[in-house]
Design a protein around this ligand. Structure first.
Ligand code: ADP
Ligand code: MG
Length: 982
């Protein structure tokens, strides 16, 4: 609001921001124009009356995959292609016009790409007047009856307004009338047919609450900002009669179409901090037609300038400023109050911005490119200003807004810094070609909505009683009526009424006196005059009475009016309150809508996050389950293993306990035996000492006994629980040993050939067992010789048995002879019969193996011979043997037979549990000479026996028991140390 303060000490007003805390966001509206051609690709869809959706055109989508998504933009209102100019005006411009009438400033601009309908929206097309003509029309419809006479308001050159006195105004009017030939009354004037159909009086709008006690005047200016220069489009260019005019092409221009390049104008700031174009023409207009005609004149001038200067109109901003000056009537309600402080000027700026497209699109070159750059620069500055404003408002920062960087933003600085209502119509062409530009426009528009502008305050009341104009008019009307009733006014302007009145008087008698004695004429005249006087008296009385009556009526009416006025005022106040409430609620709704939109967006994001988390959760749960299952499996496996281990532990414990018990018992027995032998010796000694006669025979026994004792001492302390003893039941004193040995498995450790039990020695000694028999048990070659004489089955068994054979020779003989060996149980795996037949073997012999040219080849009938183990072969067999060869440190080939049992695994495969390793050393064909030497060094030089010895003695690899194997500790197999032949 520009408030006139001229004539008084100019006072700088404090910044308006401080005085008004209420703010409204910039109202951004979106208008979608119809497509140029029906078959054009469309990229915009109106989804509600506040939201549009942009679809990336197919070509773009293909070019840049995923970059362009479908985006929605919301505005205060969206106008679809079917929106009429009237509907748009109703929503967008009408409130601004109402504001200007109520002394509040407004700014309305159209923004968009060239061809999107900015000019169509602002100015309109033939038959479809835009916002500009409609705004003008509404203004004049509203203030029409209250307009001041021309030149009552007169703009000063500082953006202010003066009120001229009646005489000056009248003189100015007369001057104008003499200069122009325009008819006095604009309403009867012929409208230019070029734009006549842009103004449609049938759609006339009218503002409510126009202050009738004020006088109004409308002034318009029209400027163009091109390349950051301001041009006045209404400037009357003085015609220079001397200088010839040339147009740009160099040809002289003819009479009326002279073109003088316009001079650019500068911006100034008035005392209220409003920016104005210094020296800009302001034309006072009294009707819509006149105003639009002025605009049209400017428009034409703009067109000519653009053509002459080869400029593109789409790159310029046009600003049409409607200024409304209003001042209260004086107390009589007759004339405009001559107080300049009471003049209010409000303005509505209608801005048709330049096309917002980028320079590249306009295909500009050279100086045009520079121009285009500037145009873009000014729109860029607008953008930056909006951005900074928004940031300042949202974050409470105080960044400098670069209004001064371009003329457009500088001109409207106070709308954003001060107060006013700002609205923007974003025009969009839905064609796909404009997609990228439209996207930028939408982003700018969305951002602009977030900027808030201080709401203009209501103007103060002037202090006079309201209804002055009406009272004044009513009085005038009444007076005329009465005067007409009475036959004419008093000022004698109407002679017919006066004549009538005069005729109602009695006629005057002839006034000529005939002579000095004429005493008739005078008295008659006196009488007539007296009569007339009386009538006059009566008339005056009547007049006074009527005047009094009229006065009282007027007074009555006045009081009536006053009360009505008061009532109206009251109602108006209430209405104002309601309006405020409504506005507040509207704001609240707006705010809530924004909030809900925000929340919806947040919900959307949260939903997405939740989905992701849920997916994570599901996968984790799945993993957890599988791990739990695995754990469960492992646990059960562990439990099974534990149970098995427990079984094994208890088994072995039991076995060891028994073993220990057995050993203790054996030890005890041995001790007893020793005791007994000593006793016996003592007895014998006693006998030697006492019986001198037997001296010749006795020495032999002690010598035998001496031989025996060391043997006993060197023997293992353990008695031999050999099957041999099973048949030695004749010695009753050894019965316990026999019984014990029956329950204990043969321990190879204790069955070493060199370790004959004491008990057996004693028993032998007692029984007189032949020396050769006893010796036999200690001489392997002898034993082997005997073995060769054994039945075939037995010798074969030995050959295959290799190192595992328990080499207690007598036991074997006895076993064969007696045939009822009830010795300890033997693990089935070790039974020859198993490998001999009945079971199927997988004989795994790698290709690299050297042929075993020995009789000690494992004999595996039915065996499937393979080079590499295959599941197929394994599945058919239940035993597995791997013949593994390696060169030992002494150069001999060491052949290992690694045996195992084939199990079916739960998974359907096969597993081999190795149970046994047998080792055979063989002469390496490569190092044959060395090997031969070693075996030939024997004194008896028997190669076969040497071979046998080698095999027999070198199988010194223990069979490693696996957990769970049912072989007890007593069954641990040990190879025998290689014995050297004496
Ligand atoms: P701009 O000023 O943005 O460059 P114009 O207003 O000149 O665009 O519009 C270009 C053309 O499109 C004009 O011929 C105009 O009549 C037409 N046009 C624009 N908007 C509409 C609309 N809403 N309805 C019908 N025609 C339109
Ligand atoms: Mg345009």
């Amino acid at each position: 609001m520009i408030r006139q303060a001229k004539g008084k000490t100019p006072r700088r007003l404090p910044p308006k921001k401080a005085s008004n805390s209420q703010k409204d966001p910039v109202g951004v509206y979106c208008r979608v124009r119809p497509l140029g051609a029906e078959d054009e690709e469309c990229c915009i869809e109106v989804i509600s009356n506040t939201t549009i959706q942009l679809h990336a055109p197919d070509g773009l989508k293909a070019n840049r995959n995923g970059e362009f998504k479908e985006t929605q933009y919301s505005f205060k209102k969206v106008f679809g292609i079917k929106t009429t100019q009237g509907e748009l005006f109703e929503d967008v411009a009408k409130p601004l016009v109402e504001d200007i009438i109520h002394c509040k400033n407004g700014l309305l601009f159209t923004y968009g790409v060239t061809g999107s309908g900015k000019t169509h929206t602002m100015t309109g097309s033939p038959g479809q007047g835009g916002l500009l003509p409609r705004s003008l029309d509404m203004i004049f419809n509203s203030i029409g009856p209250y307009q001041a006479k021309r030149y009552v308001f007169k703009p000063d050159d500082k953006n202010g307004m003066e009120v001229q006195n009646q005489v000056d105004a009248l003189l100015d009017r007369q001057k104008r009338d003499s200069q122009t030939t325009v008819p006095k009354t604009p309403t009867t004037r012929r409208i230019d047919p070029e734009f006549a159909d842009m103004i449609s009086p049938e759609e006339a709008c009218k503002a409510d609450g126009v202050d009738e006690d004020s006088s109004y005047s409308v002034f318009v200016s029209y400027i163009e900002i091109y390349n950051n220069y301001i041009y006045d489009l209404l400037e009357e260019t003085p015609i220079d009669p001397i200088k010839p005019k040339w147009n740009v092409a160099g040809t002289p221009l003819r009479n009326n179409t002279e073109f003088i390049p316009p001079q650019s104008k500068i911006l100034r700031e008035d005392q209220n901090h409003n920016m104005y174009v210094a020296g800009c023409t302001e034309v006072e207009v009294k009707s819509t037609e006149e105003a639009f005609e002025v605009f049209w004149r400017g428009q034409k001038k703009r067109r000519i300038a653009n053509t002459q200067l080869n400029r593109e109109s789409s790159r310029s901003h046009s600003v049409f400023i409607i200024k409304l000056a209003q001042a209260p009537l004086d107390a009589d309600g007759d004339n405009v109050l001559q107080d300049k402080n009471q003049v209010n000027v409000s303005q509505l700026c209608l801005v048709d911005l330049a096309g917002s497209e980028r320079t590249s699109r306009t295909r500009a070159e050279g100086s045009r490119l520079r121009e285009a750059g500037n145009i873009n620069q000014s729109l860029m500055t607008l953008r930056t200003c909006i951005e900074v404003l928004r940031e300042n408002q949202m974050c409470g920062t105080n960044k400098m807004v670069p209004y001064r960087d371009s003329k457009v933003t500088h001109l409207f600085k106070n709308y954003f810094d001060g107060e006013g209502k700002v609205r923007m119509v974003v025009c969009v062409n839905p064609k796909a070609d404009d997609y990228e530009e439209t996207l930028l426009v939408m982003r700018f528009a969305e951002m602009t909505q977030e900027v808030e502008v201080a709401r203009p305050v209501d103007r103060p009341i002037c202090g006079f009683a309201a209804g002055r104009r009406q009272r004044n008019q009513a009085f005038k009307e009444e007076l005329t009526r009465r005067l007409e009733e009475r036959g004419g006014p008093l000022d004698g302007e109407s002679p017919t009424v006066l004549n009538q009145l005069l005729q109602s008087f009695p006629p005057l008698p002839p006034c000529e006196i005939s002579g000095p004695n004429d005493d008739v004429t005078l008295p008659r005249l006196i009488e007539a005059l007296e009569k007339r006087h009386k009538i006059r008296q009566m008339m005056i009385e009547e007049y006074n009475k009527t005047a009094n009556m009229l006065k009282s009526v007027l007074q009555e009416q006045d009081s009536n009016l006053l009360s009505k006025e008061n009532f109206i005022q009251e109602q108006r106040g209430k209405l104002g309150e309601k309006d405020k409430m409504l506005q507040n609620q509207k704001n609240e709704i707006d705010r809530l809508e924004k909030k809900s939109k925000m929340l919806e967006y947040k919900i959307d994001i949260l939903q997405k996050t939740t989905n992701i988390y849920e997916e994570d959760k599901r996968s984790l749960q799945h993993e957890l389950e599988s791990r739990e299952q695995r754990l469960q499996r492992e646990m059960s496996e562990k439990r099974r293993m534990e149970a098995r281990m427990q079984g094994i532990v208890t088994d072995s414990k039991l076995k060891w306990e028994k073993e220990c018990e057995r050993r203790v018992n054996a030890k005890q027995l041995e001790m007893q035996n020793k005791l007994w032998v000593k006793d016996e010796k003592l007895k014998q000694l006693k006998a030697i000492v006492t019986e001198g006669k037997t001296e010749n025979r006795q020495p032999q026994r002690p010598s035998r006994e001496k031989d025996k004792v060391p043997a006993k001492r060197s023997a293992s302390p353990s008695p031999v629980p050999s099957p041999y003893h099973a048949s030695q039941s004749s010695l009753s004193s050894l019965e316990p040993i026999y019984n014990f040995s029956q329950t204990v498995r043969p321990d190879p450790h204790f069955l070493r050939p060199g370790s004959v039990s004491v008990a057996s020695c004693i028993s032998e000694w007692e029984q007189g067992v032949p020396q050769s028999r006893r010796q036999g048990s200690q001489s392997p070659p002898d034993r082997r010789k005997r073995a060769q004489g054994l039945p075939d089955s037995l010798s074969r068994r030995r050959g295959r048995c290799w190192a595992r054979e328990v080499p207690v020779q007598p036991a074997e003989v006895d076993l064969e002879e007696t045939g009822h060996w009830t010795g300890p149980p033997v693990r089935p795996l070790h039974r020859r019969s198993h490998s001999a037949g009945g079971e199927r073997w997988v004989d795994h012999k790698p290709n690299t193996n050297v042929d075993l040219d020995t009789v000690l080849q494992p004999n595996l009938p039915n065996a499937i011979k393979v080079n590499a183990p295959s599941e197929k072969a394994l599945s058919k067999c239940d035993k597995y043997v791997l013949t593994h060869q390696e060169v030992a440190s002494d150069g001999e080939i060491q052949t290992k037979l690694i045996k195992g049992e084939v199990f079916k695994t739960r998974g359907g495969g096969q597993a081999v549990q190795f149970t046994d390793i047998e080792t055979l050393k063989q002469e390496n064909p490569v190092a044959a000479s060395r090997k031969r030497r070693s075996s030939e060094t024997g004194p008896d030089g028997e190669p076969k026996e040497g071979d046998w010895t080698d095999v027999e003695t070198r199988c010194s690899v223990a069979v490693e028991m696996r957990a769970g194997s049912n072989l007890g500790p007593g069954y641990q197999h040990h190879g025998y140390p290689k014995r050297r032949k004496p």
